[in-house]
Design a protein around this ligand. Sequence first.
Ligand SMILES: C[S@@+](CC[C@H](N)C(=O)[O-])C[C@H]1O[C@@H](n2cnc3c(N)ncnc32)[C@H](O)[C@@H]1O
Length: 218
Amino acid sequence: MRENNKKYYEPLEQMMAVRHQYMAKIIKKTFKTSIYEFFHKCKILDIGCGTGEFINNYYELGSICTGIDINNNFKLKNKKNFNLVNSDIFEFLKNNKKRYDIIFMYEFLEHLGTKEKKILLKKLPSILNSNGIIFISTLSKNLISRFFSINIAENLLNLLPKNTHDHNLYLSPSDLQTLLNKNGLSIHNIEGISYNPLIKSFKLSKIDLINYFATIKN
Ligand SMILES: C[S@@+](CC[C@H](N)C(=O)[O-])C[C@H]1O[C@@H](n2cnc3c(N)ncnc32)[C@H](O)[C@@H]1O
């Protein structure tokens, strides 16, 4: 299974810094506080958490963390206030009664079919606290994103295992907005992400045609 391939999670590790930068910017602007204050005692759910290393950064800041992933590639052990659960998110949500202050869905939606996306987005308001916030990153749907994420990243530069992505599952910001509106959620912010393969580094960008962040609120 490709998710067991080290190469699959490597570029995601390189994304950690830009995600932190993005969230810090949004939190400062929206809540007038620092990311360090904000993540103290927050209840976070990380959907499709991968190795669990990303959510662990916010456990370190004092948050109560739950990560869910259908594949068990977890690199960390569970402890008080830090739980990684090996489950399909849809199975997990069937029994979950908890609500969260923050939901992460980083590089996740592009792995779900259209029907699954609709089911998940419909479910989100019932697990998000009233002043909660959802941070996502995903791939936009157009020919440019297909060219860079599949032809260049997978096939030419070999940055990711082949067939990691299926362009049919990508989601443009406007398609995301349409899906969210149906469920009483809205996009608070969109920001593009660019990648420099020479220095293996992601940064925030005004161009949201390929990879982009979105902040979603009730
Ligand atoms: C591209 S990875 C992103 C990992 C992590 N969010 C990150 O950005 O570092 C997508 C993850 O979603 C997980 N996944 C895919 N479908 C899932 C599902 N139905 N339920 C839970 N996890 C799922 C995969 O196993 C994989 O670890």
